[in-house]
Design a protein around this ligand. Structure first.
Ligand SMILES: [Zn+2]
Length: 141
C-alpha cells in the first residue's frame, strides 16, 4: 500500500502504521514545487505557516549546501530532496514506525517526482542507518 503525505498528517501515518499494518511508507516530493518556493519567499501564508516553518527548518539545517547552489531553480529542487529526506527522518523518529520496523520490517522510502521527465526518483534514503542514529539519540524503545 502506498500512502502519500503532504502537509501535516501524522495521525494518518499513525493509523496506517498501527492499524492498517503497512510495510512501506513513501514520502514523495516533486521538483519545481511552488509550495517549497513560497515557503522561502512569503512572510505569512496563514494556515500554511506550520508547513512553511518545516521547510524553513530544513533550509536552516542544510543552509551551507543550499546557499552554495547558484541556480535558483536547482537550489529549490535540492531543497525538495532535502525536505523529503528530513520528513523521512521525522517519521523514523516516531515510536509507531520503530515498533513496526521491529514487528514486520516496515521501511520508509523517500522519492521525488520529476515533473519534467515524468520519472520517479528514489532518493535511496539509508533507512537502517538513520534508524540506528535516531535510536542512539531518541531512545523510544
Ligand atoms: Zn508542490
Amino acid at each position: 500500500m502506498v500512502i502519500s503525505i503532504d502537509l501535516n498528517v501524522m495521525s494518518v501515518i499513525n493509523y496506517a502504521v498501527d492499524h492498517l499494518k503497512v510495510k512501506h511508507v513513501i514520502v514523495c516530493g516533486h521538483y519545481a514545487c511552488g509550495g517549497v518556493k513560497a515557503a522561502m519567499q512569503s512572510a505569512d501564508l496563514g494556515i500554511l505557516n506550520p508547513w512553511l516553518r518545516n521547510i524553513r527548518d530544513v533550509y536552516r539545517i542544510h543552509r551551507n549546501e543550499l546557499n552554495a547552489i547558484e541556480n535558483e531553480d536547482k537550489r529549490y529542487d535540492r531543497l525538495v530532496e532535502l525536505n523529503v529526506q528530513e520528513q523521512c527522518v521525522n517519521l523514523i523518529k516516531t515510536a509507531a514506525v520503530q515498533k513496526a520496523y521491529r514487528e514486520r520490517g516496515l521501511k520508509v522510502h523517500g522519492w521525488v517526482f520529476d515533473v519534467h521527465t515524468g520519472k520517479l526518483i528514489d532518493l535511496k534514503i539509508d533507512f537502517e542507518n538513520y534508524l540506528k542514529d535516531i535510536r542512539e539519540i531518541y531512545h523510544l524503545d
